[in-house]
Design a protein around this ligand. Sequence first.
Ligand SMILES: Cc1cc2nc3c(=O)[nH]c(=O)nc-3n(C[C@H](O)[C@H](O)[C@H](O)COP(=O)(O)O)c2cc1C
Length: 200
Amino acid sequence: MALILTLAGSPSPSSRTERLLREVGTRLGREGGHEIRHLAVRDLPAAPLLAADHTHPALREALAAVAAADAVVIGTPVYKAAYSGLLKTFLDVLTRTALHGKELLPLLTGGSRAHVLALDYALCPVLAALGGHAQLRGRFVLDEHLVTEPGDAADGGAGGLGGVGGVRLSGEAEAGVAAAVAEALAARERHSARAVPAVA
Ligand SMILES: Cc1cc2nc3c(=O)[nH]c(=O)nc-3n(C[C@H](O)[C@H](O)[C@H](O)COP(=O)(O)O)c2cc1C
């Protein structure tokens, strides 16, 4: 069983990206039996984040969550043709090898197909600079294909990860996300097979 961190980079309290991340986390947990943890950068205290104060307990805890994860699903909305500034503030406090050896699944949500390439020219290069695999394959999801559902505070929201409600994937988003989840699970299995040498 792997420990998978879903990392949300939207400042919105009703974030579609965060709902998408929770949905992906739920599927990875259900289909792969993995443990899922969630981190929303929005919930971190702003002053220590902007000052890169590694001594602040909340920031230390967040950095430890990244360090402990075997895999990280990183979700951000497209803002002004790139990732959100909020996500960048957190990525900037990571060490330059923080993502080394971890499987990464970058997810971008956006309002226009015109910015689908922000995955390749903005988000993936930053993740590579942090030690992520240079050949990252992420997914871009149009926000019109993320149909929001009301939250249920009693059970912590869809996926059991707290916060806002769930999301239904419509159109091509369902196929794209299902493929991304299947690829992530297959990559994890390959990794586990490499880690455990076969007994003769
Ligand atoms: C400040 C701001 C800037 C945005 N810039 C873009 C953009 O450049 N390209 C794009 O396709 N969508 C852009 N959008 C739309 C969002 O990326 C899209 O609605 C996304 O799904 C929002 O995710 P969220 O609900 O998790 O914040 C922008 C939205 C905001 C609020």
